[in-house]
Design a binder for this molecule. Sequence first.
Ligand SMILES: NC(=O)c1ccc[n+]([C@@H]2O[C@H](COP(=O)([O-])OP(=O)(O)OC[C@H]3O[C@@H](n4cnc5c(N)ncnc54)[C@H](OP(=O)(O)O)[C@@H]3O)[C@@H](O)[C@H]2O)c1
Length: 353
Amino acid sequence: MKIAVYGASGYQGKLVLAELARRNIDMLLVGRNAIRLREAATIVGIVDAEQRVADTDDHDALVAAFRECDALINCAGPFTSSGHAVIRAAIAAGCHYVDTSGEQLYTKTVFDTFADEAERAGVTVIPATNDGCVPGDLVAHLLAERVQPIEEITVSHFIVGGGYSRGSLRSAVGTIDAIKAGGLSYDDGDWSTGTPARHASVTLPDAPQPTEVVKLPLSEVVTIPRHVPVRHVESLVDAALSAQLNAPLTPQIIDSLPEGPTEEDRRAQRFTYLIDAVGRDGQSARGVVRGHDTYGITTVIAVEAARRLVADGAKPGVLAPAQAYDPTNFLAFLAPHGISWTITVSDTPTAQQ
Ligand SMILES: NC(=O)c1ccc[n+]([C@@H]2O[C@H](COP(=O)([O-])OP(=O)(O)OC[C@H]3O[C@@H](n4cnc5c(N)ncnc54)[C@H](OP(=O)(O)O)[C@@H]3O)[C@@H](O)[C@H]2O)c1
């Protein structure tokens, strides 16, 4: 099995290279700049790893590189500007595709643009294989096995500490209008912007008081309705985190920052992702995903997501995580990496890992 990494020279890309090396998976580093690719290989300690230079405006070079591989992990953000060119080339090369994007509108355009093309080519494309979308999407599928029919699903992210990579900040700045507007909501079969949030606060497990939340564009809103029959899906984040992402940042300020959080920062970070489902009969269920180190977990998830597409196969097309992977099995794989999850139906715990 050989896996290509596009955007291999970035902060997330280098973490992915190190994880592929740790797992003894053959890899090909691909990016637009030969010097930065070589530097990345040196930093990760894989100087002999194969490298190919291919810019996103050189379709033939991208296809030639990806044709050598079984799957591709795209870490080159912002994805809104360059992601489509990479996916188009992966499909032409017959190479399965996952990416680390957190850009919600981009995720939606991947489904809208490439579903038929990927299916015809026999290629599986899964955007947003990151720390939030994969566990959130898989847990939502498990909730739907317990509560039916579902009126609404609310996904809420709470992250303490850690900080952001320059690439994440560039993605945030590049999609700032969507962030300010709260992103997409899903209602009765379609996605739209501008719908006010149904919830202004969420109570974390064991918290004495509710926490103020605001709408924030998360890719789970795009993926969950692909496999869960539900009337309304929205995504929220605690208001303090939203204020951080809304802080005015220029490209110059971002360039002056460190590439990304230190290992110590990553170890100290904690996240809690809540997936709340309310049935039309009033029954409710809550999934709680906890972990630390969003970049480290994204790395583990993206590599395993790509590996499983090659080793186990999935149907061709653009898929949500739960359409490609067995939810319980994939979540169990994440447990040794510090991810814990619980599902509680109407206050009665029914499953836990
Ligand atoms: N939960 C989440 O939402 C989540 C979690 C983790 C990561 N992410 C996303 O992952 C992405 C990567 O983050 P990062 O910290 O690794 O960023 P980074 O350090 O800035 O690296 C970006 C990489 O993409 C390449 N690149 C950027 N624009 C390109 C273009 N137009 N054409 C070709 N290559 C291009 C860069 O190549 P050069 O070296 O040549 O500049 C570099 O290799 C971000 O979008 C981030 O938001 C999201």
